[in-house]
Design a protein around this ligand. Sequence first.
Ligand code: NDP
Ligand code: 2IT
Length: 453
Amino acid sequence: MSNPIESEINAFMDEVKAKNPNETEFLQSVREVAEITIPYMEEHPRYKEANILHRLVEPERVIMFRVPWVDRTGRIQVNRGYRVQFSSAIGPYKGGLRFHPSVNLSILKFLGFEQIFKNALTTLPLGGAKGGSDFDPKGKSDREVMKFCQSFMTELHRHISKYTDIPAGDIGVGKREIGYLFGQYKRLENEFTGVLTGKDLNWGGSLIRPEATGYGAVYFMVEMLKTAKDDFKGKRVAVSGSGNVAQFTTEKIIELKGKVITVSDSSGYIYAEDGLTTDHLKFMMELKNQDRGRVSEMAEKFSGLVYYEDEPAWNLPGEVDVVIPCATQNELGEEDARKLVEKGVRFVGEGANMPCTTEAVHLFQKKKVLFGPGKAVNAGGVAASGLEMAQNALRLRWEREKVDEKLLYIMRNIHAQCVRYGENKHGEIDYVKGANLAGFIKVADAMIDQGAV
Ligand code: NDP
Ligand code: 2IT
């Protein structure tokens, strides 16, 4: 027989499942929040009386649209575009756009739902949203990407503004895509405003925004390691991915004298027994950002690097102290977690959104591995986006040091919130509980203040 709280969680999940059948990623992210907030609400009935959780899992608005565009051969292609405007309780909708063939409503709803709590943790006034398309920028020419972005924005522009909804990048959406999207918005609205973040420095971007998610993740992990009276020096760190988040996570760890022993892409992973050097990283950044190549080319260029085709980084040979998955959702499962525990991992931080499956998270926690969830660990990116919005509103640009200092302060504050709401009487920190509760309370209080809207 399950206890009454468990029954309540299961009954709630059954309801959400009935309304959102087949949305596995969305249901996974909702369950994590429900498991933590439903017991809390037993002791704080005002949230239950206001029916907060049922209201929160219903997006304020979902926009889904056709995106037709003409490819280089003259053929008319069509993709599906989305924007999930999840919650505006504490600020205008804010969150990235993802262009990847795997994009569907479930994935964008999970990302939008996560974004609500993440944005609340930053302490900035930002609501939660996510959007994107099943368009695949891989193998497309710059012109094709431009055509697609222009068509995407031709529909999206009527649903966003600097006061309503401020998109940014995510997987497959970087500086190039943000440029084309911004250009089309400006043309349609005849307005030069900070409606997107992640802009280039020349036209309204912020210093440190490109670095912010990776740097922020490492700033958070530094605080986590401190709770165990430890630091990054000499640590063997397994990173996955080789995109924006992986690149700047790697850069900061090298600066702190840690050893990044793996990076990857969807084709395989690179193993660096002695840790990646700044030369390796520079090559990887050019390879990924300009040439749009594959990590396998790193092993062709440098003799000390080994490439493993079709394998996740978690298969790495040798020992590991810290794991920071920075690629995509559910890339690290229970079996991977078990192997990593055997190899000695003590600290895990999600650079990506929900890269660890529920079972993997539970295993890490059972084995007393300190585990930081994405909504806390990777919040530095959206935090710097919030700082970009502030600079746009003030019509000025802050120095690199100033933005970096604010980012560090925000990440330390997020860590402190996790400790405040997640520490038990033995001094053990449950970061999943801490991050979810801290984010939930802020949003729930705002919803109560604003009434049934
Ligand atoms: P990029 O597009 O820059 O890089 C994505 C990386 O992940 C690439 O190495 C890519 O490999 C790999 N990847 C993507 N999809 C898959 C897949 N299905 N299987 C295996 N590997 C995959 O994206 P970002 O670095 O910006 O984003 C990475 C993660 O971080 C995402 O979860 C994103 O939501 C999250 N995030 C990003 C933030 C940001 O500011 N950019 C902020 C907070 C979180 P390949 O080249 O082979 O596709
Ligand atoms: O997942 C995320 O937090 C992002 N992709 C960044 C969102 C943003 O608005 O900067």
